[in-house]
Design a protein around this ligand. Structure first.
Ligand code: OOG
Ligand code: NI
Length: 452
């Protein structure tokens, strides 16, 4: 807050991330353990070599850094959540089609809301992976079920008028007066709390036979945060320490392997979804207690953003790795890491120099005090569809049903932009523009300088 009691957008964003984190910690205590262990690991990595640890962001940024995941029901809800995130300087970036990326039934398409300017990312990089269900996709939903689902979703109100009004004001004024900021944070946090309202058992179960994700979204008249993810500087160490504390993790760390070369993109893992008590309304009208397993805790380590050329190498390596697991009968997480390492050594340069020279990753350039050009890697701020599908799947209680004889509904980045009623940013364009801006600044200040 500044002197006149005005709370700027980035301060609202940081406060919202903290508020969600506090709320989620009371709802899912294992998340609090995950935060504790993340802090321990980060402190240890900093103690070993503080410069190396902060090559991809200051420790203050990394300590505050979270991503959340939410799942919504309609284009209207997407438009409304875009207003709430717009209020705190988060914009939709990228299009992810989980219907294609997942082998289980995951009938959603997604985008991620995040800050897009380097200074804003440095202040607080909060991001939220946001999915919307696809009732028109016949591989999952019959015409009859689509209609009943859409009718159900059209009747619910997730974002109330007071919250939306405050959101619009914050977006227009780039912040809010102190009291309004408090109210905005209170209302916005409440949207994502687990509702005590009884769940209609028959309706939930009908949707769950199609897809556990469909039931989580369309089986209830509210929404909730699905997981919150801290950033850690050594994800392998974190995995071991969580298991040592008796918390069962999913089998793998998704994404690139641990290896001796530069970390690229994103590595993620999670602890298994926990049974949470929920209240149900049974077909005979009685109320009963049971539990649902949908929410979990995830953790991630971030690496350098790859160019399209670099990303192609990554995508091909992930596909090839899957073939090799099958061919060689690889059945353990360590075995899969070995295969990935083998491919990384073959396909990726072992240093940042190689990544830059071959145009595989993004960097910014500047002159240091001694007059030499320095190169700094740009951190990857987005998500990976294959990893996201893996995270979804490893936490589903059932695979659901996908009728692959039916046509997919075509839903793409343009559809998403239309649903949101806003521009959808392309992640590659954002990284490329940041790299180019640094080169332009360098040349403007030092016209004779050779290209790095
Ligand atoms: C979102 C899964 C994607 C990630 O980190 O890749 C995700 C969800 O489960 O709703 O959060
Ligand atoms: Ni996630």
């Amino acid at each position: 807050m500044n002197q006149r009691g005005f709370v700027e957008q980035w301060q609202l964003r940081a406060a919202f991330a903290r508020s969600l984190s506090d709320m989620y910690g009371t709802e899912v205590p294992a998340y609090t353990t995950l935060l504790e262990v993340s802090h321990e690991v980060n402190a240890d990595v900093m103690a070993q070599d503080a410069d190396a640890a902060q090559r991809l962001g200051t420790i203050d940024r990394v300590t505050a850094e979270r991503h959340g995941a939410i799942r919504l029901g309609t284009p209207t809800e997407m438009q409304q959540v875009a207003r709430v995130f717009g209020a705190i300087g988060m914009h939709p970036v990228g299009f992810y089609d989980l219907r294609e990326a997942a082998t289980s039934a995951v009938p959603v398409v997604s985008t991620a809301f995040r800050p897009i300017e380097p200074e804003e990312l440095a202040r607080n990089p909060f991001r939220v992976f946001t999915s919307v269900i696809t009732p028109s996709d016949r591989r999952f939903f019959s015409e009859d079920l689509q209609q009943r689902l859409e009718t159900f979703l059209a009747q619910r109100e997730i974002f109330g008028p007071e919250l939306l009004e405050l959101a619009d004001r914050a977006e227009a004024d780039r912040g809010l007066a102190h009291e309004q900021a408090q109210r905005f944070l209170e209302l916005a946090t409440a949207v994502f709390e687990l509702s005590p309202e009884p769940v209609d058992r028959a309706w939930y179960d009908e949707l769950e036979r199609v897809s556990a994700v469909a039931a989580d979204i369309g089986g209830v008249s509210s929404t909730h945060i699905n997981h919150l993810t801290p950033r850690v500087l050594d994800i392998d160490a974190l995995y071991e320490r969580m298991e040592a504390r008796g918390i069962t993790m999913i089998d793998d760390i998704q994404g690139p392997p641990r290896w001796e070369g530069p970390d690229v993109l994103l590595r993620q893992t999670s602890f298994r979804a926990l049974a949470e008590p929920r209240t149900f309304r049974m077909p005979d009208g009685s109320i009963s207690q049971d539990s649902l397993r949908v929410r979990f805790g995830e953790v991630e380590a971030r690496g350098i953003a790859l160019t399209r050329a670099g990303r192609d190498i990554y995508d091909r390596a992930i596909v090839e790795a899957k073939q090799l697991y099958a061919e060689r009968g690889v059945a353990t997480a360590e075995g899969r890491q070995e295969v990935l390492r083998e491919l990384w050594r073959r396909d990726f340069p072992t240093g940042e120099d190689g990544l830059a020279e071959q145009g595989l990753a993004y960097f910014t350039y500047a002159l240091d005090e001694a007059g030499t050009t320095t190169r700094t890697p740009i951190v990857y701020e987005d998500f990976l569809p294959a990893s996201a599908a893996g995270i979804f799947q490893s936490n589903l209680t059932s695979d659901g049903a996908k009728d692959t004889t039916q046509e997919a509904t075509a839903l793409d980045a343009d559809w998403m932009a239309g649903a949101l009623g806003r521009d959808l940013f392309d992640p590659f364009d954002l990284y490329a523009a940041q790299q180019q801006a640094s080169l332009d600044d360098l040349r403007a200040a030092h016209p004779g300088i050779p290209s790095p």
